[in-house]
Design a protein around this ligand. Sequence first.
Ligand SMILES: Cc1ncc(COP(=O)(O)O)c(C=O)c1O
Length: 398
Amino acid sequence: MASYEKYQQLDRADPLADFRTRFTVPDGKIYLDGNSLGVLPKAAPDMLDRTLRQEWGADLIASWSKNGWFELPATVGDRIAPLIGAGPGEVLACDSTSVNLFKLAAAALRFQNKKGKTVLLTERNNFPTDSYILMGMGDWFSGCETVSASRSELAARITDQTALLSLTHCDYKTGEMHDMAALTRTAQARGAMVLWDLSHSAGALPVDLNGCDADLAVGCGYKYLNGGPGAPAYLFVAKRWQKALQSPLPGWMGHADPLDFGPDYRPAPGIMRFSCGTPGILGLRALEAGVLTFDGVDLKRVREKSMALGDLFLTLVKDRIGFDRLKPACPLNAEMRGSQVSFQHQDAGHIIKRLIAEGVVGDFRPPDVIRFGLTPLYVRYQDIFRAVQVLAKIIDKG
Ligand SMILES: Cc1ncc(COP(=O)(O)O)c(C=O)c1O
Protein backbone atom coordinates (compact mmCIF):
# COMPACT_ATOMS: atom_id res chain seq x y z
CA MET A 1 0.00 0.00 0.00
CA ALA A 2 1.34 3.43 -0.89
CA SER A 3 2.29 5.48 2.16
CA TYR A 4 -0.23 8.22 1.53
CA GLU A 5 -3.09 5.71 1.42
CA LYS A 6 -1.83 4.19 4.65
CA TYR A 7 -2.26 7.54 6.39
CA GLN A 8 -5.63 8.16 4.77
CA GLN A 9 -6.71 4.85 6.23
CA LEU A 10 -5.51 5.98 9.68
CA ASP A 11 -7.67 9.08 9.24
CA ARG A 12 -10.70 6.99 8.37
CA ALA A 13 -10.20 4.97 11.56
CA ASP A 14 -9.67 8.11 13.68
CA PRO A 15 -12.46 8.46 16.29
CA LEU A 16 -12.02 12.26 16.18
CA ALA A 17 -12.20 12.49 12.37
CA ASP A 18 -15.73 13.92 12.26
CA PHE A 19 -14.81 16.92 14.42
CA ARG A 20 -12.84 18.38 11.51
CA THR A 21 -16.17 19.25 9.92
CA ARG A 22 -16.71 21.81 12.71
CA PHE A 23 -13.91 23.94 11.24
CA THR A 24 -13.19 25.87 8.07
CA VAL A 25 -9.80 24.52 7.06
CA PRO A 26 -8.74 26.26 3.82
CA ASP A 27 -8.44 23.91 0.84
CA GLY A 28 -4.91 23.02 -0.13
CA LYS A 29 -3.43 24.20 3.17
CA ILE A 30 -1.86 22.02 5.80
CA TYR A 31 -2.34 24.15 8.86
CA LEU A 32 0.07 23.31 11.68
CA ASP A 33 -0.14 26.65 13.47
CA GLY A 34 -3.15 26.20 15.74
CA ASN A 35 -0.81 26.94 18.64
CA SER A 36 -0.59 30.53 17.33
CA LEU A 37 -4.07 31.03 15.89
CA GLY A 38 -6.71 28.32 15.79
CA VAL A 39 -8.78 28.00 12.60
CA LEU A 40 -12.25 29.45 12.15
CA PRO A 41 -15.04 27.37 13.74
CA LYS A 42 -17.90 26.97 11.25
CA ALA A 43 -20.37 28.16 13.92
CA ALA A 44 -18.54 31.45 14.53
CA PRO A 45 -19.91 33.54 11.61
CA ASP A 46 -23.53 32.70 12.51
CA MET A 47 -22.87 33.34 16.18
CA LEU A 48 -21.37 36.74 15.38
CA ASP A 49 -24.04 37.54 12.81
CA ARG A 50 -26.77 36.93 15.40
CA THR A 51 -24.92 39.00 17.99
CA LEU A 52 -24.51 41.85 15.52
CA ARG A 53 -27.95 41.89 13.92
CA GLN A 54 -30.22 40.77 16.74
CA GLU A 55 -28.43 41.55 19.99
CA TRP A 56 -26.70 44.77 18.98
CA GLY A 57 -28.85 45.73 16.00
CA ALA A 58 -32.31 45.07 17.42
CA ASP A 59 -32.10 44.56 21.17
CA LEU A 60 -29.42 47.21 21.71
CA ILE A 61 -28.81 48.21 25.35
CA ALA A 62 -31.38 45.69 26.63
CA SER A 63 -28.91 42.98 25.62
CA TRP A 64 -26.88 43.53 28.77
CA SER A 65 -29.59 41.65 30.66
CA LYS A 66 -31.79 40.15 27.92
CA ASN A 67 -28.92 38.43 26.07
CA GLY A 68 -26.70 37.76 29.06
CA TRP A 69 -23.96 40.24 28.16
CA PHE A 70 -23.22 41.08 31.79
CA GLU A 71 -22.54 37.48 32.73
CA LEU A 72 -20.92 36.52 29.41
CA PRO A 73 -17.32 36.51 30.78
CA ALA A 74 -18.41 34.04 33.46
CA THR A 75 -20.66 32.05 31.08
CA VAL A 76 -17.81 31.55 28.63
CA GLY A 77 -15.50 30.89 31.59
CA ASP A 78 -17.82 28.09 32.71
CA ARG A 79 -17.62 26.58 29.23
CA ILE A 80 -13.81 26.65 29.37
CA ALA A 81 -13.74 25.19 32.91
CA PRO A 82 -14.17 21.49 32.02
CA LEU A 83 -11.31 21.75 29.53
CA ILE A 84 -8.90 22.72 32.30
CA GLY A 85 -10.22 20.72 35.23
CA ALA A 86 -11.89 23.71 36.90
CA GLY A 87 -15.33 23.92 38.46
CA PRO A 88 -18.23 26.28 37.75
CA GLY A 89 -17.57 29.83 38.94
CA GLU A 90 -13.79 29.41 38.87
CA VAL A 91 -12.99 30.69 35.36
CA LEU A 92 -13.54 34.10 33.80
CA ALA A 93 -13.02 34.94 30.11
CA CYS A 94 -11.62 38.45 30.00
CA ASP A 95 -8.75 40.74 29.01
CA SER A 96 -5.53 39.35 27.53
CA THR A 97 -3.31 36.68 29.01
CA SER A 98 -0.72 39.35 29.81
CA VAL A 99 -3.23 41.47 31.75
CA ASN A 100 -4.67 38.46 33.55
CA LEU A 101 -1.19 37.32 34.51
CA PHE A 102 -0.50 40.74 36.01
CA LYS A 103 -3.81 40.76 37.88
CA LEU A 104 -3.35 37.32 39.43
CA ALA A 105 0.38 37.65 40.17
CA ALA A 106 -0.24 41.01 41.87
CA ALA A 107 -3.20 39.62 43.84
CA ALA A 108 -1.11 36.67 45.03
CA LEU A 109 1.90 38.85 45.91
CA ARG A 110 -0.19 41.25 47.95
CA PHE A 111 -1.68 38.35 49.89
CA GLN A 112 1.67 36.61 50.40
CA ASN A 113 3.50 39.84 51.33
CA LYS A 114 1.41 39.94 54.49
CA LYS A 115 3.14 36.70 55.50
CA GLY A 116 6.57 38.16 54.72
CA LYS A 117 6.96 36.23 51.45
CA THR A 118 8.53 38.40 48.79
CA VAL A 119 10.04 36.23 46.06
CA LEU A 120 8.41 35.56 42.74
CA LEU A 121 9.97 32.56 41.00
CA THR A 122 9.74 31.86 37.29
CA GLU A 123 11.57 30.03 34.52
CA ARG A 124 14.28 31.78 32.53
CA ASN A 125 12.84 30.63 29.20
CA ASN A 126 9.26 31.50 30.02
CA PHE A 127 7.19 33.11 27.24
CA PRO A 128 8.43 36.72 26.95
CA THR A 129 5.20 38.43 28.06
CA ASP A 130 5.17 36.30 31.23
CA SER A 131 8.83 37.11 31.92
CA TYR A 132 8.45 40.83 31.26
CA ILE A 133 5.40 41.15 33.51
CA LEU A 134 6.85 39.04 36.31
CA MET A 135 10.24 40.79 36.14
CA GLY A 136 8.46 44.14 36.32
CA MET A 137 6.54 43.28 39.50
CA GLY A 138 9.29 44.68 41.71
CA ASP A 139 8.50 48.15 40.33
CA TRP A 140 5.01 47.94 41.82
CA PHE A 141 5.65 45.95 44.98
CA SER A 142 8.54 47.29 47.01
CA GLY A 143 10.64 44.51 48.41
CA CYS A 144 9.44 42.02 45.81
CA GLU A 145 12.21 40.19 44.01
CA THR A 146 11.76 38.13 40.83
CA VAL A 147 14.04 35.13 40.42
CA SER A 148 14.38 33.41 37.03
CA ALA A 149 15.76 29.90 37.24
CA SER A 150 16.49 27.25 34.65
CA ARG A 151 13.93 24.48 34.29
CA SER A 152 16.09 21.92 36.09
CA GLU A 153 16.76 24.25 39.05
CA LEU A 154 13.16 25.31 39.64
CA ALA A 155 12.16 22.89 42.39
CA ALA A 156 15.36 23.55 44.33
CA ARG A 157 14.88 27.32 44.14
CA ILE A 158 11.54 27.21 45.97
CA THR A 159 12.09 28.44 49.53
CA ASP A 160 10.04 29.71 52.48
CA GLN A 161 10.47 33.19 50.98
CA THR A 162 8.75 32.18 47.73
CA ALA A 163 5.44 34.00 47.44
CA LEU A 164 4.53 32.77 43.96
CA LEU A 165 5.80 30.28 41.40
CA SER A 166 4.62 31.31 37.94
CA LEU A 167 5.23 28.96 35.01
CA THR A 168 3.98 28.16 31.53
CA HIS A 169 2.75 24.58 31.67
CA CYS A 170 3.80 23.67 28.14
CA ASP A 171 6.82 25.50 26.74
CA TYR A 172 6.01 27.63 23.70
CA LYS A 173 9.21 26.73 21.83
CA THR A 174 10.05 23.17 22.82
CA GLY A 175 6.61 21.91 23.79
CA GLU A 176 8.11 20.39 26.95
CA MET A 177 5.60 20.10 29.78
CA HIS A 178 6.10 20.71 33.46
CA ASP A 179 4.77 18.21 35.96
CA MET A 180 1.93 20.42 37.20
CA ALA A 181 0.94 18.21 40.12
CA ALA A 182 4.48 17.72 41.46
CA LEU A 183 5.60 21.36 41.17
CA THR A 184 2.35 22.62 42.68
CA ARG A 185 2.81 20.24 45.63
CA THR A 186 6.46 21.23 46.15
CA ALA A 187 5.66 24.95 46.05
CA GLN A 188 2.63 24.70 48.31
CA ALA A 189 4.61 22.67 50.85
CA ARG A 190 6.71 25.83 51.35
CA GLY A 191 3.65 28.06 51.53
CA ALA A 192 4.03 29.40 47.97
CA MET A 193 1.14 29.84 45.56
CA VAL A 194 1.38 28.68 41.95
CA LEU A 195 0.17 30.45 38.80
CA TRP A 196 0.06 28.38 35.59
CA ASP A 197 -0.04 29.79 32.07
CA LEU A 198 -2.07 27.22 30.12
CA SER A 199 -1.86 28.92 26.72
CA HIS A 200 -0.29 25.89 25.03
CA SER A 201 -2.23 23.29 27.00
CA ALA A 202 -5.93 24.14 27.17
CA GLY A 203 -7.83 22.40 24.40
CA ALA A 204 -4.74 20.48 23.30
CA LEU A 205 -4.52 18.07 26.21
CA PRO A 206 -6.41 17.33 29.42
CA VAL A 207 -5.48 19.74 32.23
CA ASP A 208 -6.60 18.97 35.77
CA LEU A 209 -6.25 22.18 37.77
CA ASN A 210 -8.40 21.06 40.68
CA GLY A 211 -6.98 17.55 40.57
CA CYS A 212 -3.56 19.17 41.07
CA ASP A 213 -4.96 21.49 43.75
CA ALA A 214 -3.77 24.42 41.61
CA ASP A 215 -4.21 27.96 42.91
CA LEU A 216 -4.28 30.21 39.86
CA ALA A 217 -4.07 29.99 36.07
CA VAL A 218 -4.37 32.07 32.91
CA GLY A 219 -4.33 31.27 29.20
CA CYS A 220 -4.99 32.42 25.65
CA GLY A 221 -8.33 32.06 23.87
CA TYR A 222 -7.02 32.29 20.32
CA LYS A 223 -4.81 29.19 20.17
CA TYR A 224 -6.22 25.71 20.77
CA LEU A 225 -9.55 27.18 21.93
CA ASN A 226 -10.12 28.63 18.45
CA GLY A 227 -11.50 31.93 19.77
CA GLY A 228 -10.22 34.06 16.86
CA PRO A 229 -7.54 36.72 16.49
CA GLY A 230 -7.04 38.63 19.75
CA ALA A 231 -9.75 36.59 21.47
CA PRO A 232 -10.30 37.30 25.16
CA ALA A 233 -8.08 35.24 27.43
CA TYR A 234 -9.23 33.52 30.63
CA LEU A 235 -8.20 33.36 34.25
CA PHE A 236 -8.78 30.72 36.92
CA VAL A 237 -8.90 31.35 40.64
CA ALA A 238 -9.56 28.29 42.81
CA LYS A 239 -12.75 28.68 44.84
CA ARG A 240 -10.81 28.61 48.11
CA TRP A 241 -8.87 31.76 47.14
CA GLN A 242 -11.62 33.89 45.71
CA LYS A 243 -12.53 35.66 48.93
CA ALA A 244 -8.97 36.29 50.10
CA LEU A 245 -7.55 37.71 46.85
CA GLN A 246 -8.21 41.16 45.45
CA SER A 247 -7.65 42.39 41.94
CA PRO A 248 -5.07 45.17 41.56
CA LEU A 249 -7.39 46.63 38.91
CA PRO A 250 -10.64 47.09 40.82
CA GLY A 251 -12.71 48.29 37.88
CA TRP A 252 -16.47 48.71 38.01
CA MET A 253 -17.22 45.37 36.37
CA GLY A 254 -15.56 43.65 39.34
CA HIS A 255 -17.81 45.51 41.76
CA ALA A 256 -20.43 43.62 43.75
CA ASP A 257 -23.07 45.81 42.16
CA PRO A 258 -21.77 47.71 39.11
CA LEU A 259 -25.13 49.33 38.44
CA ASP A 260 -25.23 50.85 41.90
CA PHE A 261 -22.69 53.44 40.68
CA GLY A 262 -21.64 53.91 44.31
CA PRO A 263 -18.56 55.94 45.28
CA ASP A 264 -16.78 53.06 47.03
CA TYR A 265 -15.45 49.83 45.66
CA ARG A 266 -16.95 46.60 47.00
CA PRO A 267 -15.55 43.50 45.26
CA ALA A 268 -17.99 41.00 43.78
CA PRO A 269 -18.19 37.87 45.93
CA GLY A 270 -16.93 35.33 43.37
CA ILE A 271 -14.82 35.13 40.22
CA MET A 272 -16.41 38.34 38.84
CA ARG A 273 -14.18 40.38 41.18
CA PHE A 274 -11.34 39.69 38.73
CA SER A 275 -13.25 41.47 35.99
CA CYS A 276 -12.19 45.04 35.29
CA GLY A 277 -13.89 47.07 32.53
CA THR A 278 -16.72 46.48 30.05
CA PRO A 279 -16.26 43.11 28.30
CA GLY A 280 -15.84 42.94 24.51
CA ILE A 281 -19.01 41.08 23.57
CA LEU A 282 -18.10 40.30 19.94
CA GLY A 283 -14.80 38.76 20.98
CA LEU A 284 -16.48 36.77 23.72
CA ARG A 285 -19.09 35.41 21.31
CA ALA A 286 -16.38 34.29 18.88
CA LEU A 287 -14.54 32.64 21.77
CA GLU A 288 -17.78 30.97 22.81
CA ALA A 289 -18.09 29.49 19.30
CA GLY A 290 -14.48 28.31 19.58
CA VAL A 291 -15.03 26.63 22.92
CA LEU A 292 -18.25 25.02 21.65
CA THR A 293 -16.16 23.09 19.09
CA PHE A 294 -15.21 20.90 22.09
CA ASP A 295 -18.80 19.86 22.78
CA GLY A 296 -18.86 16.07 23.10
CA VAL A 297 -15.08 15.79 22.69
CA ASP A 298 -13.26 13.30 24.91
CA LEU A 299 -9.99 14.99 25.87
CA LYS A 300 -8.36 11.62 26.51
CA ARG A 301 -8.85 10.86 22.83
CA VAL A 302 -7.48 14.31 21.95
CA ARG A 303 -4.34 13.54 23.93
CA GLU A 304 -3.94 10.09 22.36
CA LYS A 305 -4.22 11.51 18.86
CA SER A 306 -1.96 14.44 19.66
CA MET A 307 0.76 12.08 20.89
CA ALA A 308 0.31 9.83 17.85
CA LEU A 309 0.55 12.80 15.44
CA GLY A 310 3.71 14.02 17.18
CA ASP A 311 5.30 10.57 17.19
CA LEU A 312 4.47 10.16 13.50
CA PHE A 313 5.99 13.55 12.65
CA LEU A 314 9.19 12.71 14.53
CA THR A 315 9.47 9.21 13.04
CA LEU A 316 8.99 10.50 9.50
CA VAL A 317 11.57 13.27 10.02
CA LYS A 318 14.04 10.75 11.44
CA ASP A 319 13.55 8.30 8.56
CA ARG A 320 13.21 10.74 5.68
CA ILE A 321 15.48 13.63 6.74
CA GLY A 322 17.54 12.39 9.68
CA PHE A 323 17.90 14.01 13.09
CA ASP A 324 21.46 14.99 12.14
CA ARG A 325 20.03 17.35 9.50
CA LEU A 326 16.99 18.48 11.46
CA LYS A 327 17.55 18.32 15.19
CA PRO A 328 14.48 17.81 17.43
CA ALA A 329 13.99 20.64 19.91
CA CYS A 330 11.01 18.94 21.57
CA PRO A 331 11.01 15.89 23.84
CA LEU A 332 11.01 12.61 21.91
CA ASN A 333 8.96 11.05 24.67
CA ALA A 334 5.34 11.92 23.91
CA GLU A 335 4.41 11.87 27.61
CA MET A 336 6.64 14.89 28.20
CA ARG A 337 5.55 16.78 25.10
CA GLY A 338 2.55 19.06 24.59
CA SER A 339 0.69 19.14 21.29
CA GLN A 340 3.55 20.36 19.11
CA VAL A 341 6.84 19.27 17.64
CA SER A 342 9.77 21.59 17.09
CA PHE A 343 13.18 21.41 15.51
CA GLN A 344 16.38 23.41 15.42
CA HIS A 345 18.03 24.41 12.17
CA GLN A 346 20.38 27.27 11.33
CA ASP A 347 18.13 28.22 8.39
CA ALA A 348 14.90 27.83 10.34
CA GLY A 349 13.48 31.17 9.16
CA HIS A 350 14.04 30.34 5.49
CA ILE A 351 12.67 26.84 5.84
CA ILE A 352 9.42 28.15 7.30
CA LYS A 353 9.05 30.72 4.49
CA ARG A 354 9.48 27.99 1.89
CA LEU A 355 7.09 25.66 3.70
CA ILE A 356 4.40 28.34 3.86
CA ALA A 357 4.89 29.05 0.15
CA GLU A 358 4.15 25.36 -0.46
CA GLY A 359 1.00 25.41 1.67
CA VAL A 360 2.39 23.97 4.90
CA VAL A 361 1.91 26.48 7.68
CA GLY A 362 4.12 26.21 10.75
CA ASP A 363 6.08 28.95 12.45
CA PHE A 364 9.54 30.21 13.28
CA ARG A 365 10.76 31.22 16.71
CA PRO A 366 14.13 32.99 16.75
CA PRO A 367 16.90 32.24 16.62
CA ASP A 368 16.63 28.79 15.06
CA VAL A 369 13.43 26.94 15.97
CA ILE A 370 10.66 25.75 13.64
CA ARG A 371 7.48 24.75 15.36
CA PHE A 372 4.42 22.76 14.28
CA GLY A 373 1.23 22.83 16.30
CA LEU A 374 -0.78 19.61 16.18
CA THR A 375 -4.45 20.33 16.70
CA PRO A 376 -6.11 16.93 16.97
CA LEU A 377 -9.62 18.12 16.09
CA TYR A 378 -8.63 19.17 12.57
CA VAL A 379 -5.13 17.91 11.78
CA ARG A 380 -5.01 14.56 9.99
CA TYR A 381 -2.36 11.84 9.74
CA GLN A 382 -2.20 12.43 5.98
CA ASP A 383 -1.38 16.11 6.72
CA ILE A 384 1.64 15.07 8.77
CA PHE A 385 2.84 12.76 5.99
CA ARG A 386 2.52 15.51 3.37
CA ALA A 387 4.10 18.15 5.63
CA VAL A 388 7.20 16.01 6.20
CA GLN A 389 7.42 15.25 2.47
CA VAL A 390 7.52 18.99 1.69
CA LEU A 391 9.93 19.65 4.56
CA ALA A 392 12.26 16.91 3.29
CA LYS A 393 12.17 18.29 -0.26
CA ILE A 394 13.14 21.76 1.01
CA ILE A 395 15.97 20.45 3.17
CA ASP A 396 17.22 18.14 0.39
CA LYS A 397 17.46 21.13 -1.92
CA GLY A 398 19.47 22.97 0.73
C1 LIG B 1 2.59 31.07 26.83
C2 LIG B 1 2.01 32.35 26.33
N1 LIG B 1 1.55 33.26 27.20
C3 LIG B 1 1.02 34.43 26.77
C4 LIG B 1 0.94 34.72 25.43
C5 LIG B 1 0.42 36.03 24.91
O1 LIG B 1 -0.58 36.55 25.64
P1 LIG B 1 -1.46 37.80 25.15
O2 LIG B 1 -2.81 37.24 24.86
O3 LIG B 1 -1.46 38.72 26.30
O4 LIG B 1 -0.83 38.39 23.94
C6 LIG B 1 1.39 33.79 24.49
C7 LIG B 1 1.28 34.10 23.04
O5 LIG B 1 1.67 33.39 22.18
C8 LIG B 1 1.94 32.58 24.95
O6 LIG B 1 2.41 31.68 24.08
